[in-house]
Design a protein around this ligand. Structure first.
Ligand SMILES: CC(C)(COP(=O)(O)OP(=O)(O)OC[C@H]1O[C@@H](n2cnc3c(N)ncnc32)[C@H](O)[C@@H]1OP(=O)(O)O)[C@@H](O)C(=O)NCCC(=O)NCCS
Length: 198
């Protein structure tokens, strides 16, 4: 029986809001290092895209700051095979080893299942993700758009057979992040980038 942890754990897990974004980015920088995390092949599947609807999670500490984050992204696992990419997952060092990472993972898996998704892919530490059912065997026929360690490229079927025979390149399919209009940039005084690239 799959039980979501949304709003049932301490600290509670909720859907990420716009107000969480800056603190989430700072948490990810702390957990992975900014340059290292932006260089990851998984990032090529996330950059410029919005996370999947209803599948961007945050957890807040007693002072209201973001202490954990997890998002999932639309991809295709080879041609015509919709899937989700999970990550990055990070818990602030002060809040680790008390089940928050696991609660986020279980919430994400349950919510993705509830929303009708068939499969989840990720690149990460197999010993950690195996406890949630992720396995490298399900991604054997798939490639990522850059360098990756195949032993860390894992899959989970939410619907039995969703990754059976999956073959090909994993590609991003999520909605693009809307860029501000020229008028909005001018109003914000943010035209420097446009001048440089003109
Ligand atoms: C990985 C991470 C999200 C786990 O969060 P957490 O809230 O501490 O996780 P939980 O409390 O649910 O689980 C802790 C358990 O996972 C284990 N664990 C943590 N990181 C692990 C890893 N990389 N590989 C294997 N096991 C790991 C802990 O040893 C602990 O084991 P135990 O239950 O047998 O004592 C957190 O350590 C973190 O943010 N790390 C830095 C970023 C990162 O590595 N993200 C994952 C990318 S692969």
């Amino acid at each position: 029986m799959c039980t979501s942890s949304l709003a049932r754990t301490t600290p509670a897990i909720s859907l990420e809001s716009a107000a969480d974004v800056a603190q989430r980015e700072a948490l990810l920088d702390l957990a992975f290092g900014r340059a290292a995390r932006l260089a990851k092949t998984s990032e090529r599947l996330r950059e410029g895209r919005k996370p999947a609807e209803g599948l961007a999670f945050a957890s807040h500490g007693p002072d209201g700051r973001v202490v954990a984050t997890l998002r999932l992204w639309h991809v295709t696992a080879g041609p015509g095979r919709p899937a989700l990419l999970l990550g990055p997952l990070a818990v602030h060092p002060w809040f680790r080893d008390r089940g928050l990472g696991g609660a986020l993972m279980n919430t994400a898996i349950c919510e993705a299942t509830r929303l009708g998704h068939g499969a989840i892919l990720l690149v990460g530490d197999a010993p950690y993700y195996a406890r949630f059912g992720f396995a490298p065997a399900l991604t054997e026929g798939l490639w990522l758009p850059g360098a990756f360690d195949r032993s860390r490229f894992l899959g989970l079927e939410l619907v039995p057979g969703a990754l059976a025979g999956a073959r090909g390149l994993v590609s991003p399919t999520g909605a693009p992040v809307e860029l501000p209009s020229l008028g909005e940039l001018v109003a914000q005084g943010g035209t420097g980038e446009l001048r440089r690239t003109a």
